[in-house]
Design a protein around this ligand. Structure first.
Ligand code: NAD
Length: 253
């Protein structure tokens, strides 16, 4: 049990990478708060974790709203007695298209869900980490988009560039408190966002175009991301901070 007795919040855990992370954490002994706006699937993930003898709670959380993020942290401390791992995974993107065609509303939503969320998580999780006096881990799910951007996703790519920069900057600021801050940069994966990133119908022909850009020849899976997230959150990674780990089958080499 690599996360025995740890308490984690995973945002965007009702589907995709977040669901994979939450389930993997629970398998390894963590008590997990599923924080999402998709109540139906969030509750489903909780039921599935409990059915596998894990511990989980659902908390309806819009990560772009301070009061919601505060409530998610309070859910962790109230229900499970503390907080050790904050995974900022919830994300949103507009459909792949010219950067001149993205509306101001879409731009604002993008930065609210993908960037402001990390600011809010910092405001509400870090004081708990500090008060507990046993360090903590913040893990941001950024993207290869931060390192090797694809065209026609410019504003989305910028939010992930911000997530990487925030990760490095916060890792320095919080190191004296033994709070580690790391990121994962996944390559395109088979989740709810895949077609959005592709900007074309999800057909075998179109998939081939993207697969050709990934040296190991496949898309990332929730389990790939979850295994990396497990390692980075565990004590095995005790000396790692500011690390932004590509989980990308060689895409960024
Ligand atoms: N799938 C990919 O190809 C890929 C690649 C690199 C990075 N990412 C990143 O991985 C993360 C997870 O995305 P995914 O691919 O699993 O997609 P997904 O759509 O399957 O999951 C995203 C989850 O976030 C939730 N969410 C959206 N807005 C929210 C909000 N305001 N508050 C709370 N929850 C919200 C959704 O309900 C959903 O459950 C995102 O940050 C995404 O940018 C995805």
């Amino acid at each position: 049990m690599r996360l025995k007795d740890k308490v984690a919040i995973v945002t965007g855990a009702a589907s995709g990478f977040g669901e994979g992370i939450a389930k993997r954490y629970a398998e390894e002994g963590a008590k997990v708060v599923i924080a999402d706006i998709n109540d139906k699937d969030g509750e489903r993930v909780v039921e599935e974790i409990r059915a596998a003898s894990g511990a989980a709670e659902y908390c309806h959380t819009d990560v772009s709203r301070g009061a919601h993020v505060k409530a998610a942290v309070e859910c962790a401390t109230g229900r499970f007695g503390g907080l050790d791992i904050m995974v900022n995974n919830a994300g949103w993107a507009y459909s792949n298209r010219s950067s001149l065609e993205v509306s101001e509303e879409e731009f604002d939503k993008l930065f609210a869900v993908n960037v402001k969320s990390i600011y809010l998580a910092t405001l509400h999780a870090v004081p708990v980490f500090r008060a507990q006096g046993r360090g903590g881990v913040m893990l941001n799910i950024a993207s290869t988009a931060a390192v090797r951007p694809r065209p026609n996703l410019t504003w989305y790519n910028a939010t992930k560039g911000a997530a990487v920069n925030i990760t490095k900057s916060l890792s320095l600021e919080l190191a004296p408190d033994k709070i580690r801050v790391c990121a994962i940069n996944p390559v395109i994966g088979e989740t709810g966002l895949m077609e959005t990133f592709m900007g074309m119908p999800d057909t075998p022909e179109n998939r081939k175009k993207f697969l050709a850009t990934i040296p190991l020849g496949r898309f990332s899976t929730p389990l790939d991301i979850a295994n990396a997230a497990l390692f980075l959150a565990s004590d095995e990674a005790a000396f790692l901070t500011g690390v932004c780990l590509e989980v990308d089958g060689g895409r960024c080499v």
